[in-house]
Design a protein around this ligand. Sequence first.
Ligand SMILES: Cc1cc2nc3c(=O)[nH]c(=O)nc-3n(C[C@H](O)[C@H](O)[C@H](O)COP(=O)(O)O)c2cc1C
Length: 184
Amino acid sequence: MTHKIGIILGSTRPSRISPSIATWLQTNLAQPDLTFDLIDLAQINLPLLDEVEQPSSGIYHKAHTQQWSQLIQGYDGFVLLFPQYNWGYPAPLKNALDYLYKEWAHKPVSLVSYGGHGGFQAAQGMYLVVRGLKMRLLTNNLQLTLRSADLDEQGHFIDPDQALAPYAFNAQQMGAEFRHLLGE
Ligand SMILES: Cc1cc2nc3c(=O)[nH]c(=O)nc-3n(C[C@H](O)[C@H](O)[C@H](O)COP(=O)(O)O)c2cc1C
């Protein structure tokens, strides 16, 4: 049986670096019986949380919430990919998580943060959030350091495969952990 993992792109800026990292993850996490899809919050474009009921009620009045819920229900686990912004995680990612509750609960999740020093503080904050959502945090998480030598003037990787090569083994371990957890 094939299980589906969603790689959620947590940054939405027009010039963001996240698509190149997400594509690299998709390749390097690959495992038999697992598919890794990209879930791009810039395309999904949720407004700031505008539901009347608490998300834990599961009562969704807005079409965008119902569609987001349907999408997330279709996945067995998630990779949250996010940069560090001012020692935290990006607001659109927190907003997208806050929209739902039961859809996240008990599903495996891995955190892939990035920044000048691996996005350590953003990852710390997100550990608490996924615990609050009752998700199953993997032991394999990644903190990617963006080295200026690997970036062009726009802050994009000159060569993503070369820049991210040091993390390839850990990504493969992460994929294997997803497979192990979902094969139980
Ligand atoms: C609003 C903002 C705040 C940032 N704050 C930090 C920070 O606290 N620490 C850090 O290492 N990098 C910081 N950066 C640099 C980002 O890690 C870098 O620009 C990265 O490419 C952002 O991810 P994105 O391109 O996917 O948006 C910040 C960037 C932005 C746009």
